[in-house]
Write a protein of this length. Structure first.
Length: 286
């Protein structure tokens, strides 16, 4: 924090995958597979960070607990990781789910450590946390063709369950709520998920800051949130974030309600060595 402002960031990290300047996946570095993720998160120097596409115990990312790696890198005081699905990525078969773990699991710096590979979201904070919440969002019943890093043509991708995490934090001006989400890529389904999240946090303290990969462009997130409940949601930083090597659209958003129009100080979407998304970083009076 500086001058009573809180730096907030959201970043779809693509499980820490290195990306070349032309947008193609880069070979993994020799040594610590978690180092590029740790470096990218540390470089944001943010007080509150929402991460999407986070791995835990997956072979492709060195079997690391990536939420814990990111939390250590930013010196987080508290954090949570929420599983969207328990699975292993098997070449030629995609995600193979673990039938013994059908539901959502949440873990943080204390408590039982995960034993089953998973994929999900994380919310990390340097500020004290008063309360945590977690929500699992069902997947759409169908998939869509998508552009995937490393492929020149779209691939048919099935939708997956999604996760959201919320924290009531102690900011320099009092309590506020931070929320990390990763919404479906299926049009319409993601709007329904955003409405669900809005209702889910309705009773939590204002201001509320909603951060994540929404898979929605332009003003759609704000319009959806305003149509769901009390008006007053504002986008905090308009920056193209995807694809990372040549950003054309903004899929990653930070929106807030309960703040004035002048609450945002700076906003940026810096290039990182990892991911096909760029992080979005804003400084807010909270």
């Amino acid at each position: 924090m500086s001058d009573l402002r809180v730096r907030c960031a959201t970043f779809n990290v693509l499980h820490g995958r290195l990306i070349q300047p032309d947008g193609r996946p880069a070979p993994a570095r020799v040594g610590d597979a978690s180092a590029p993720l740790a470096e990218a998160v540390a470089s944001l120097d943010a007080d509150v960070v929402a991460l999407q596409e986070v791995d835990c115990l997956q072979e492709r990312s060195g079997c690391a607990d990536q939420a814990a790696v990111a939390a250590d890198a930013m010196d987080a005081r508290d954090w949570r990781y929420g599983t969207a699905l328990h699975c292993r990525l098997v070449p030629g078969r995609g995600w193979v789910r673990d039938p013994a773990e059908p539901g959502m699991r949440v873990h943080g710096p204390q408590g039982r450590r995960p034993q089953v590979p998973s994929h999900g979201v994380a919310l990390l904070s340097r500020l004290p946390v008063r309360e945590w919440r977690a929500l699992r969002l069902p997947s759409a019943p169908f998939g869509m063709p998508l552009r995937v890093a490393g492929r020149t043509t779209p691939a048919l991708v099935r939708d997956q369950p999604r996760a959201a995490l919320a924290a009531v934090l102690e900011g320099p001006h009092g309590l506020f709520t931070a929320v990390a989400v990763h919404l479906s890529f299926v049009p319409g389904w993601n709007i329904g998920q955003l409405r669900t999240v809005r209702r889910w946090i309705a009773d939590l303290p204002q201001p509320q800051v909603l951060m994540g990969d929404f898979n929605l462009i332009g003003a759609l997130p704000r319009i959806t949130l305003d149509a769901t409940g009390r008006r007053g949601w504002r986008g905090q930083g308009r920056r193209a974030t995807f694809p990372s090597h040549r950003p054309l659209v903004q899929l990653d958003h930070i929106l807030a309600t309960g703040l004035g129009a002048d609450a945002v100080d700076t906003a940026r979407a810096p290039r990182a060595a990892i991911s096909d998304h760029r992080p979005l970083v804003v400084e807010l009076s909270l």
